[in-house]
Design a protein around this ligand. Structure first.
Ligand code: 13P
Length: 249
């Protein structure tokens, strides 16, 4: 399966900035290498524009950063899978640590979002990861196991590996410049792989992305590690210059 090279733009970029970044990215990357897939998680207001700028280019896709698990209804401020698809999204993120820790999302809600998005035909990157306090308390394995079990609770056991990926993003490495070392990534990804194999019949084929201070100069090493099938990039994905170097690393 292709490595998934994903940008998470978080709450950055107007439509014009998004269009300029996508135009520069396409110029710098061209047709992505045969073993790479490029994915941009844009803010809701820029999804349609990113989709139009991509113009169906091979090897690129756009996603939303969150969704609400209902078809429609009185859910002020929320967005449905159908609305995301209508704007051009084919993917969505669930369980990002900023939603868990700043917006207070529970494992249970993340699980409902993940299952519902898949049932509505969106592909999902489910994010998991431990805080520094949890790591220091020796809870790495337990936290990852709980987040995976609850995050995948409603997901069919035979979900296609093309439709679902997991992003391991240690909270202490997000936006801090502190990238997890190879040993830490290997240990966490092996744990995720073992859990996935228990939870899903397709678990050994799902892609597991690493996220947390990924930069152009550390990408090649990170994606060469066992069980690392791509990256989820925040800060270094905002500029086409640095994200294109990550995609091509
Ligand atoms: P940074 O790459 O800025 O550390 O962010 C990682 C992240 O949260 C991607 O979802």
């Amino acid at each position: 399966m292709k490595k998934l090279m994903a940008a998470n733009w978080k709450m950055y970029k107007t439509r014009e900035e998004a269009a300029m970044t996508i135009a520069s990215l396409k110029l710098a990357v061209g047709l992505p290498p045969a073993d790479r897939e490029v994915l941009v998680f844009a803010p809701f207001t820029a999804i349609e524009c990113v989709s139009a700028c991509l113009g169906g280019a091979d090897g690129y896709a756009v996603g939303g950063q969150d969704l609400y698990p209902a078809v429609e209804g009185a859910f002020t401020g929320e967005i449905s899978p159908g609305q995301l698809k209508d704007a051009g999204a084919t993917w969505v993120l669930t369980g990002h640590s900023e939603r868990r820790h700043i917006l207070g999302e529970s494992d249970e809600l993340v699980g409902r979002k993940t299952a519902f998005a898949l049932s509505q035909g969106l592909k999902v990157v489910l994010c998991i990861g431990e805080t520094l306090a949890e790591r220091e308390a020796g809870q790495l394995q337990a936290v990852l196991a709980r987040q995976l079990k609850e995050g995948l609770a409603g997901v069919p056991g035979d979900v296609s590996a093309a439709d679902l990926a997991i992003a391991y993003e240690p909270v202490w490495a997000i936006g801090t410049g502190k990238v997890a070392g190879p040993a830490e990534i290997l240990e966490a990804h092996a744990t995720v792989r073992a859990q996935l194999a228990q939870l899903l019949t397709t678990g050994s084929n799902l892609r597991i992305l690493y996220g947390g201070s990924v930069k152009p100069d550390n990408t090649a090493e990170i994606i060469s590690l066992d069980n690392v099938d791509g990256v989820l990039v925040g800060g270094a994905s905002l500029q086409a210059e640095s994200f294109s170097r990550i995609v091509l690393a």
